[in-house]
Design a protein around this ligand. Structure first.
Ligand SMILES: Cc1cc2nc3c(=O)[nH]c(=O)nc-3n(C[C@H](O)[C@H](O)[C@H](O)COP(=O)(O)O)c2cc1C
Length: 301
């Protein structure tokens, strides 16, 4: 028996629930020589901004127990360059493409979204609401700004809008509810966790910006908790993200309430992990004689 892995997420049809997490898979087409990209459920691009960004100085990455820290600083070519060759190549893959965007004020997000809206081949926009706003706070910790971004982008685009939230929030489920009320079509939970590591040989922080975002296996239980809490409060679908290294992890997120998952650090270790996760999900369903993956969403007892 072959299980049906397809998911309808806010009107987007994914052949399976496994997506690439923003920023960990380049623009999304560069790894075509390593894995059959068409097998993925979908691609979430690295975050694109209105103007190109150089990102933060090196070192930008540090390994820690059970995961890694990064401070890439949203390095990207800017939306005008993105809609050229990168978007063309992404479209050729033939799977849903979700473009992640960010900015420091609502106008940044809206202007970037408006440019994307005039191109074909984009399935959705993911709003990266975890970057700093003009007051240097995480965007989604500023509720009026979060609402203005969601409402403004929704008015400007024809495709679904997914809000990616930072876990640096006291009540993530309440924020998820506010995001739903503002008009988001889906939510991604969560981005990286603020963290720091120090080199005891030099006494210096391991990252150029001192602090960065932690990802990988070590954040999985915290991210699952966020998905579980939000699932109790919202009706819009959730993309679970944070520490998914195996098919078992992906199934755990779906039992907690995620309709799809996005995988980051595991794909940095090896892009082949993405394919393995899809195959493993299929095997788990087969073992449990579950015909349709939708049956497991939010099914934790
Ligand atoms: C090197 C690196 C770069 C990232 N860049 C972005 C980014 O541009 N936009 C974004 O929304 N998240 C970014 N993230 C966060 C991931 O998309 C994901 O939310 C996080 O890593 C947790 O998932 P994981 O444990 O599977 O890696 C980045 C993560 C890493 C490790």
């Amino acid at each position: 028996m072959k299980s049906d892995l397809s998911i309808n997420f806010a009107g987007i049809k994914f052949n399976n629930p496994v997506l690439t997490a923003s920023g960990t898979f380049g623009y999304g087409y560069e790894l075509a020589d390593l894995i059959p990209l068409k097998k993925l459920g979908g691609i979430i691009t690295k975050t694109i901004t209105r103007q190109p960004k150089e990102g933060n100085p090196q070192p930008r990455i540090a390994e820690v127990c059970g995961g890694m820290l990064n401070t890439i600083g949203l390095q990207n070519i800017g939306v005008e360059a993105f809609v050229g060759e990168p978007l063309e190549k992404l479209k050729e893959i033939g799977i849903p493409i979700i473009v992640s965007i960010a900015g420091s004020c609502d106008k940044d997000y809206i202007d970037t979204a408006k440019i994307l809206n005039s191109y074909k081949g984009i399935s959705a926009i993911e709003l990266n609401l975890s970057c700093p706003n003009l007051k240097k706070q995480v965007v989604c910790s500023d509720l009026p700004l979060t609402r203005d971004i969601i409402k403004g982008v929704k008015k400007s685009v024809k495709f679904p809008v997914i809000a990616k939230l930072s876990p640096l929030i006291t009540d993530i489920a309440e924020l998820a509810l506010q995001v739903e009320k503002a008009g988001a079509d889906g939510i991604t939970l969560t981005n990286t966790y603020p963290a720091m590591a120090i080199d005891i040989k030099t006494f210096k922080p391991k990252l150029s910006t001192v602090k960065g975002g932690m990802s990988g296996a070590c954040i999985k239980p915290m991210s699952i908790r966020s998905v579980y809490d939000a699932y109790q409060k919202v009706k819009i679908p959730i993309i679970g993200c944070g520490g998914i290294m195996t098919g078992e992890d992906a199934v755990e997120f779906m039992l907690a309430g995620a309709s799809a998952v996005s995988v980051g650090t595991a794909s940095l270790l090896s892009a082949k992990n993405l394919i393995k996760i899809i195959d493993d999900i299929e095997n788990i369903l087969k073992e449990k004689k579950i015909k349709n993956i939708k049956e497991i969403i939010g099914r934790v007892l």
